[in-house]
Structure formats: structure tokens, C-alpha cells
Design a protein around this ligand. Structure first.
Ligand code: PAF
Length: 283
């Protein structure tokens, strides 16, 4: 594995693989099995696997956890080496945002809903950094987790709108044995918060069971989820949304193939998201 801390060294590493299919897994590090599932799929579908680790400051709001975001580059490198990754790109802020920096990507109409409402500017930061990374890595395929479903929907739109010619693969959520979706932020949870946080996957399991049993009214499913989460006083709900996949608009009727049930909440200081996807996000 070649580790490239600069754009110039990344360029040199990629020129060695010219003509081969490049797959790309962008991450913010502190890797878990969810990331590794993306890396494994990437390796199985491409000739060259590139992973980036960059905690992108522009996707964190001023009151958010940029300073507390967990990091362990040494451990991440060892994991990626073991997975057979070819190139690891680990740029610093000076490489990614050389001053003065003025160019931003807005995916309007999708970036102000759900998480965008409580994290203004977040998806502008995500879309901008992912476009910059795509321009540097030039992948044929890029791999993202379904846990960040809104992110995947926004990036899919960006890829279409800007003719990026990259295929986006969105892979299923990987969960801990107790059902909590894996997230780099889970290490920030106290024992009590983590126990309370399990109401989040429980609420989605409840929704899935209702839908399997034939429920189609969003209001019924939402009410059951609210009830499940309300039992945990340590949780503070940001949103419980039932939306159409194509435009993230709220829907009264749950339609197989075009529905996302998404939850965001706070357990202590830690913001957690999770979802149930009825449809396909890859393109
Ligand atoms: O999903 C993430 O880890 C980040 O949002 C991403 C896509 C690496 C951009 O910083």
C-alpha cells in the first residue's frame, strides 16, 4: 500500500496504475467494519483500490464535533494494508483547501432537508470535498454506506448533474451485534447513552415489521417509531422522516422502491443517524 499525504504523491501513485479500473472509498477515518465492507467490495470490482482519510472541516458546523472527531491514522493504515488497499490518500487541510478558497457545490433542494435542516452547510461541504476527491482520484466507481443515505442521494444527483461518469455503489448498513449501526462516532457514547441509543434501530425494526405486515400509512408507522424512541428519556430526537427517495419530500404513503425512513437523534453529545431503505441508491 502506498500512503500519499500530498496531491503530488497521489498523482504519482495513480500514474503507475494507468489504464486500470480505479475504485475509490472516501472516508474520514477511524475505520470500522462498515468502511471495511466498502473496501472489500471495491477490491472485488476494481483493479486499483484507493481509500482517502480526510476529516473535512467544511462539513462541520461551528458548534459541531470537528475537534472531538475520533482519529487513529496508525490503526486505520494497518487495517487498510491488511485489506490489500493499493493507495491511501491522507491529505491535510493545506492540500485540500489552499487559501483563498472560493468554490463550492450546492445540490439545491436536497441539501436543506433532513440532516441539512439541523446541519446547515453540511452537504455543501460534503459535495464539495467529494467532487474535489473525485477530480484527484478519477475513479470509475466510488463506494458509500447506506447509513448516510441522504449523502448518497445528494452525491448521486451531483454525479448526474455534473456528468461525472462515476458509478456510485451504496452498500448496506453494517450493525453491531446489538443492532446499533456502526459509526465512528459510537466511541463517544457513554454506556447509558449507548443502551438508550438502541431504541433507534428498534424503531426501524418496528417500522420494517409493520411494513412487512402490510402497513402503508406513513402516519401509523411514524407514530409507532415515535412511541419506541420516546421510551428513552436520554434521547433527543432531531427528526423521524418518511420521505421519497427521489426528492426527499415527505410522503403520506410508503411505496416499496421509493421510500426512505430516516431518523436522527442525539444521545448525550453524540448525534446518531440510521435508516430503513425501501429502494435502490446505487447508480
Ligand atoms: O461519509 C463520510 O465519511 C464523509 O462524509 C465523506 C464522504 C468521506 C466526505 O468527507
Amino acid at each position: 500500500m502506498r500512503t500519499c499525504p500530498t496531491i503530488a504523491s497521489l498523482g504519482r501513485a495513480l500514474s503507475a496504475g494507468a489504464g486500470r479500473k480505479v475504485g475509490f472509498v472516501p472516508t474520514m477515518g477511524f475505520l470500522h467494519e462498515g468502511h471495511l465492507s466498502l473496501v472489500r467490495r471495491c477490491r472485488s470490482e476494481n483493479d486499483v483500490t484507493v481509500v482517502s482519510i480526510y476529516v473535512n472541516p467544511s462539513q462541520f458546523g461551528p458548534a459541531e464535533d470537528l475537534g472531538r472527531y475520533p482519529r487513529d491514522l496508525r490503526r486505520d493504515s494497518a487495517l487498510l494494508r491488511r485489506e490489500g488497499v493499493d493507495v491511501l490518500f491522507t491529505p491535510g487541510d493545506g492540500e485540500m483547501y489552499p487559501g483563498p478558497y472560493r468554490t463550492w457545490v450546492d445540490v439545491r433542494g436536497l441539501d436543506d432537508k433532513l440532516c441539512g435542516r439541523s446541519r446547515p452547510g453540511h452537504f455543501r461541504g460534503v459535495a464539495t470535498i467529494v467532487l474535489k476527491l473525485f477530480n484527484l482520484v478519477r475513479p470509475q466507481r466510488a463506494y458509500f454506506g447506506q447509513k448516510d443515505a441522504q449523502q448518497a442521494i445528494i452525491l448521486r444527483q451531483m454525479a448526474r448533474d455534473l456528468h461525472l461518469g462515476v458509478q456510485l455503489r451504496v452498500l448496506p448498513i453494517v450493525r453491531a451485534a446489538d443492532g446499533l449501526a456502526l459509526s465512528s462516532r459510537n466511541v463517544c457514547l457513554s454506556t447509558a447513552d449507548r443502551r438508550a441509543a438502541l431504541a433507534l434501530p428498534r424503531s426501524l425494526q418496528r417500522a420494517a415489521a409493520m411494513i412487512r405486515a402490510g402497513a402503508t400509512a406513513s402516519s401509523d408507522v411514524r407514530a409507532a417509531m415515535v412511541g419506541e424512541i420516546a421510551r428513552e428519556p436520554l434521547l433527543e430526537v432531531d427528526y423521524i422522516a418518511i420521505v421519497r427517495l427521489r426528492d426527499l419530500e415527505e410522503t403520506d404513503v410508503i411505496a416499496a422502491g421509493d421510500t426512505l425512513i430516516a431518523v436522527a437523534l442525539r444521545a448525550g453529545k453524540t448525534r446518531l443517524i440510521d435508516n430503513l431503505l425501501l429502494g435502490e441508491l446505487s447508480c
